[in-house]
Design a binder for this molecule. Structure first.
Ligand SMILES: Nc1ncnc2c1ncn2[C@@H]1O[C@H](COP(=O)(O)OP(=O)(O)O)[C@@H](O)[C@H]1O
Ligand SMILES: [Mg+2]
Length: 195
């Protein structure tokens, strides 16, 4: 398959799956968030992790808000990603606290403020959203490649990567690109996939 074909297939799959995700009802969203959180806290890696990154959900993504609260209660250090434009669109991570204000702002999400900003490999666990996944823990994101780019630098330790997803985001096989980084685990309300 040519790169052009692959890109087209990935683009179409993203559109389909994003539409499904947006159609979930508030009840389905809430229930999914709760059940997935219960799975995450049971992972041995969660128990030992000290620094854990989450995200701010958008476009129907599984909302980790309750999970962040829970993690803070477990005395975990919690982080959210911010986009670094230099050197090349990688993610940096800013610590958040129970009192951090993370409300939506007019043009989307306000990036959390503060320093220091950690690199992805300084974290023990990184929970990330996804558009699609398969049983091999391959991930299709929104198309920015930010997590792939950040994870491509293998320095020091490597964070345990976890995709948080709705069941409707699973496909038989993600058409992967050469640079895609597979996840260590994908959790949905119904199932935990570990690689
Ligand atoms: N390690 C990397 N180095 C440089 N560019 C990358 C890297 N990983 C991904 N990219 C770029 O990011 C873009 C989006 O990646 P893609 O995997 O399609 O998005 P997503 O992972 O969000 O679904 C690709 O066009 C690719 O060229
Ligand atoms: Mg990718």
């Amino acid at each position: 398959m040519s790169n052009t074909q692959l890109n087209l297939i990935r683009k179409q799959l993203r559109q389909q799956l994003r539409q499904k995700r947006r159609q979930l009802t508030p009840y389905q969203q809430k229930n999914a968030a709760k059940k997935t959180a219960q799975r995450l806290v049971k992972l041995p890696c969660f128990k030992t992790a000290q620094r854990i990154a989450f995200y701010q959900a958008t476009d129907g993504e599984l909302n980790p808000q309750a999970l962040i609260k829970l993690a803070l209660k477990h005395h975990k250090k919690c982080y959210l990603p911010v986009l670094r434009r230099f050197p090349k669109y990688e993610l940096a991570f800013v610590r958040i606290y129970a009192h951090s204000r993370l409300q939506k702002h007019r043009f989307g999400f306000k990036e959390p403020q503060g320093r220091p900003r950690l690199f992805i490999h300084q974290l023990d666990m990184v929970c990330m959203p996804l558009v699609g996944f398969d049983s091999h823990c391959q991930r299709l994101g929104m198309g920015g490649g930010f997590y792939d780019r950040s994870l491509a630098r293998k320095k020091w330790g490597q964070a345990f990567t976890v995709g948080l997803a709705h069941q409707c985001q699973q496909v038989t096989q993600i058409p992967i690109a050469a640079w895609d980084m597979a996840l260590n685990a994908v959790l949905t309300p119904n199932q935990s996939h570990l690689r």
